[in-house]
Design a protein around this ligand. Sequence first.
Ligand code: NAD
Length: 500
Amino acid sequence: MTTTASTGQRELLPAVSAFLSSPRQLLIDGEWVDALDGRTFGTVDPATEETLVQVAQASAADVDRAVASARRAFEHGSPWSRMSPRERSHLLWRIGDMIDERSEEFAQLESLDNGKSLASARGDVGVAAELFRYFAGWATKMEGTSIPMSVPGKEFHAYPRREPVGVVAGIVPWNFPLTMACFKVIPAITAGNTVVLKPAEQTPLTALRLGELLLEAGLPAGVVNVLPGFGDTGAALVDHPDVDKVAFTGSTEVGKKIAAGASRNLKKVSLELGGKAPNIVFADADLDAAVAGAALAGYFNEGQCCVNGSRLYVQRSVFDQVVEGVAAAARAITVGDAFDPATTMGPLVSAEQHQKVMGYVRGAIADGVTVNAGSGDPARDHGYFFSPTLLTGVTEDMAVQTDEIFGPVITAIPFDTEDEVVAAANNTVYGLAAGVWSRDLGTAHRVGARLRAGTVWLNTWHADDVTLPRGGYKQSGWGRELGSFGLDDYTELKTVIAEL
Ligand code: NAD
């Protein structure tokens, strides 16, 4: 049995120890304040199960305060509304650099709060900094064109104007706490909106640290407010009449509640929801690359990634070979503490998540599936660790095959023909991501085009850039995030018509 160092025994940067040394508050109108009802909750280190720090828990009354502050900051004449696109651009770039300067601090906080390895957390922090710099470029490029009109006997000049939507509520999950917060905050402020951000209850720390940094960088008070809390805090934001748009990333189940709640006053909604991505390996693929890619697709980020390839389909003639390869790759993963440099997979984020993943795997085993790797707890004295798991003998109607497990679990099923595998791959309520492995470019592109998913990877997986739009077909969401397309969702399009 391996013993994980207690949180206090870790070698933390002085800035991280200082951040954890006193209760964290809400960020409202540029000030750090307690919740009005004084409630707090503890955020837990998933490797040690110890509470890291108490965090203020926002209620509906705090939501009122934060939304009012975001509204004031948005209104005509406010310092934020007077800031030119170029000034916004410079500010965004500066924040990206400030994140880079404090990257180890952000990475340590993220690893402590979420459990992911320090190497993964460093990667996430790099993405956050890059997102600020990428969108810095867009602040000065929100252009329109003039539109010709054909009205007999009259002349007009008509043009579209992109304007900010107003007050945006950003509600985010725990699997990439800092990057998910940045996915909402950065495009929103690039377009001139103001934001109330609600981080996930499991992982509020890096969003709070980001709030400190935004103030330090000179973002005017109220432009970004940060309200840690649970589902009721998110629901209060969705219900609030003075919120103009909800930008949500999370489960499909909660996404449906948000769409229903927002429909009461028809505020704008964008939704980045769950997935159950099919990963299809044809017999003519480069099998070494496909095996490594399938393991990465399924086990990246402890399997807690919406675009992970959890349903592996392998053409029958190479099925055993690919299954053996992925099982070996799963066994080669070192499950351990985020702060141990040997670790390639940390714990799951919470006791609840651990129980959920374990429940799916135990249920499948009871139904008679074959376990090719993993299937449970590695020997540990504490922490929410789970071994990367590969299951075969799975049928399409089993819960492990239909439901988003959101843990390091891959199911592998053999197929014979292209039509059969496309039908199986698309037989899901989700449509977030998919992948195809084949040396035949015709097969890869043809099958890729037939897959109903917002992102399709051909002979690769998780290749990504802040420049690319992402989002879901079917019940995986509404709208697209990032890239130039991602800004559209944070603007209203006004048509201006002037008679000359
Ligand atoms: P979740 O839906 O349980 O929670 C997400 C956020 O919503 C949290 O901040 C939570 O407090 C809040 N919330 C809960 N109930 C609410 C309500 N009734 N009203 C308003 N807000 C509410 O999701 P999770 O467990 O934190 O994250 C995992 C899910 O997120 C998975 O389904 C995953 O696929 C999805 N996800 C999707 C993407 C994407 O880009 N499509 C990215 C990451 C994660």
